[in-house]
Design a protein around this ligand. Structure first.
Ligand SMILES: [Fe+2]
Ligand SMILES: [Fe+2]
Length: 157
């Protein structure tokens, strides 16, 4: 799949993780059901995918935006603060050894936090990135993809 630019690549991650959240909610069942194992697997996959996504944004996308949009630093500060909040929830989910109502609650909170954050990226950051002078969103797409592949192979190892 060839993405048009960095924003489209990042939004594909947003869509993929949304599908995982929906899949998780669909499996919300009694903790002793066989589906409980799948549910925890999905929760861990959500954590892995969001961690890689946040890392490539923080390493590559946000710094490029900061440089191209010096007046929008507060927007990026807010985005990074939301990443920190999501990471705190991710850390709690990763500590869970089994599916439980508590993990369901954490995953639901993470879903809401990510929904809010993605909306801001889609409605504010991406349009600004696409009109910012001097942003090469195609070169950034390639950098993001390369780092993403590196991090995914490290997670799988
Ligand atoms: Fe983000
Ligand atoms: Fe994002």
């Amino acid at each position: 799949m060839e993405y048009r630019d960095a924003c489209e690549l990042l939004d594909a991650d947003h869509i993929a993780v949304k599908h995982l959240f929906v899949g998780y909610a669909r499996l919300a069942v009694a903790p002793d059901s066989p589906d409980a194992v799948n549910r925890l697997d999905i929760a861990m996959k959500i954590c892995d995918e969001l961690s890689v996504h946040a890392q490539i944004e923080e390493e590559i996308f946000y710094p490029a935006l900061r440089e191209a949009l010096p007046a929008d630093g507060d927007l990026l500060d807010e985005a990074e603060e939301e990443h920190a909040q999501a990471k705190a929830l991710i850390a709690q989910i990763r500590e869970a050894g089994a599916a439980s109502a508590e993990v369901d609650d954490l995953v639901a909170r993470l879903n809401r936090a990510i929904e809010h954050h993605v909306k801001e990226e889609r409605d504010e950051l991406f349009p600004k990135a696409r009109t910012a002078p001097g942003m090469d969103l195609v070169a950034l797409r390639d950098q993001l993809r390369q780092r993403q592949q590196e991090l995914v192979s490290m997670t799988a190892a």
